[in-house]
Design a protein around this ligand. Structure first.
Ligand SMILES: O=P(O)(O)OC[C@H]1O[C@H](O[C@H]2O[C@H](CO)[C@@H](O)[C@H](O)[C@H]2O)[C@H](O)[C@@H](O)[C@@H]1O
Ligand SMILES: [Mg+2]
Length: 276
């Protein structure tokens, strides 16, 4: 959906490339797993969308694939998500993976590690209270409080999209100096501090072992993932989009099931490489 107000989403999907290439991402583009860092968005990339954030389902085969990729890359697999680390862990429980959470607000380099780098202060309580009141505009609007940000989900109330963005815009206008930004996502409007993104998270992650010096590839489906697409060339890495083909990517997938299949195939292909 397109809007004219600056804070509203230009599009609730990824920015499309002019080409209409529908060739799926070829596994042959990926270096051997021992030289690769695997960076993966979660919702709309690994997992199919669900009506509400808590209703997502992790197929058991995906858990197996992620665990094996994590092992075969010697730990250089990270989830890069808008979700909080706490939420990521609940979704993938009992498994844990290195992760960047909250669009770059928090990072954990190793599974089962307590070491979480926080890059964002909590969102002001009064601001949150005012933003939360927007959920009263319509039944079906869901609030997700991530501490450092607040998300207003309208997948169950699509008619409320315009009203949500207008209400957020009014509140922001009363806070001209506040360093906050509005992130349009898929059926969600998120309000967070500015100054960190998924890309700032990945830039930091790539300075740490076992990620440092590897060639990453990143798969993502949303506008917030485009920040990471943009920095993949800095690491001689590759970006892949899901849904539409985004600008500057090496290939794209039609949907999460294609991504899951691709990741599983990487394990098989890599076994072939190491055997040859
Ligand atoms: O960066 P991601 O890992 O893709 O996370 C983006 C947001 O995902 C979640 O919301 C989205 O998925 C829900 C479950 O399918 C869906 O109900 C909702 O409409 C989507 O916006 C999550 O709740 C957010 O916190 C993430 O930012
Ligand atoms: Mg996503």
């Amino acid at each position: 959906m397109k809007h004219n107000v600056a804070e509203m989403p230009v599009d609730d999907d990824i920015t499309p490339d002019a080409t209409t290439d529908s060739v799926p991402a070829p596994a042959s583009l990926i270096p051997p797993l021992g030289q690769t860092a695997v960076l993966l968005d979660i919702d709309g990339t690994l997992l199919d969308f669900a009506p509400t954030p808590r209703e997502v389902w992790v197929p058991p085969e995906l858990s197996t694939t992620l665990k094996q990729l994590h092992e075969r890359t010697n730990g250089a697999l990270a989830l890069v998500s808008g979700r909080s680390l706490n939420d990521i862990d609940l979704i993938f429980a009992p498994d844990q993976f290195p992760a960047i959470g909250g669009h770059g607000a928090e990072m954990r380099l190793q599974p089962d590690s307590e070491a979480v780098a926080a890059h964002a202060p909590p969102l002001d309580k009064e601001l949150k209270r005012r933003l939360a009141a927007i959920a009263k505009l319509s039944p079906g609007i869901l609030l997700e409080d991530k501490g450092y940000s607040l998300a207003l989900h309208y997948r169950l109330a699509p008619h409320a999209e315009k009203a949500i963005y207008e209400a957020v815009s009014l509140i922001r206008a009363e806070l001209p100096t506040a360093p906050i930004e509005v992130l349009p996502g898929k059926s969600v409007c998120e309000i967070k501090h500015s100054g960190f993104t998924k890309a700032t998270g990945v830039l930091e992650l790539m300075t740490h072992e076992p990620f440092r010096g590897r060639r990453p590839f990143f798969i993502g489906d949303d506008v917030t993932d485009e920040t990471v697409f943009g920095i993949m060339p800095d690491f001689n890495g590759l970006a892949f989009s899901v849904g539409r083909r985004a600008t500057g990517v090496a290939g794209h997938f039609d949907g999460p099931s294609d991504v899951r299949e691709f990741l599983a195939r990487l394990l098989d292909d890599d076994r072939d490489v190491s055997l040859s």
